[in-house]
Design a protein around this ligand. Structure first.
Ligand code: AMP
Length: 177
């Protein structure tokens, strides 16, 4: 089963990057081409089912997951980056972290009218990052048609935060813990 294969290639790293956090390390999955391909196939199916016309990846691990989906589905890849990294004119969306604030940016000319966007990332935790990405896509004039993640940390209720902050966008997780 795909879920078991994916789960077997994600490594828990306790107390990283700080005490009390269990970091979900996807580097074993990325190093295994069979599993990487299986994951890409699942996300590509999401993109097709949502009739997406663009794939957005979130810096940094989201880039690695989303780019092969864009190629496989023959859709454009659009990066959503941390503040100050994109060279052109951007829309910036700030959101609250546990301590402080973060900002995501997207190029203003990323989309054409009518674009439908699948957002791809590795982990859905509190949902703040994904909600900001949805907002960035909307600011860019496109329709977010889905958020697809490899792993949802259910105990952090990211799905509920997304439903509240960015309503109307279906969330799909290949795995949930
Ligand atoms: P959040 O905004 O809280 O949903 O956090 C999601 C972002 O932080 C994603 O881009 C993840 O890459 C990263 N992240 C959050 N928690 C973890 C974790 N336990 N392990 C790995 N990455 C995480």
């Amino acid at each position: 089963m795909i879920a078991e294969l994916l789960a077997s290639r994600i490594r828990d790293v306790p107390d990283y990057p700080k005490p009390g956090i269990v970091f979900k390390d996807i580097t074993p999955l990325l190093a295994d081409p069979k599993t990487f391909r299986a994951m890409t196939g699942e996300f590509t199916r999401h993109a097709r089912e949502a009739r997406a016309t663009k794939v957005v990846g979130l810096e940094a691990r989201g880039f690695i997951l989303a780019a092969p989906v864009a190629v496989e589905a023959e859709l454009g890849f659009i990066p959503v980056r941390k503040a100050g990294k994109l060279p052109g004119a951007v829309y910036a969306v700030s959101y609250a972290l546990e301590y402080g604030e973060a900002t995501l940016e997207i190029h203003r000319d990323s989309f054409q009218p009518g674009d439908r966007v699948l957002i791809v990332d590795d982990v859905l935790a509190t949902g703040g990052t994904a909600a900001a990405a949805v907002e960035a896509v909307r600011r860019g004039g496109a329709e977010p048609v889905g958020v697809s993640v490899l792993l949802e940390l259910g105990f952090l209720s990211g799905r509920a935060r997304l439903a509240a902050d960015a309503p109307g966008v279906p969330v799909t997780a290949l795995l949930r813990v």
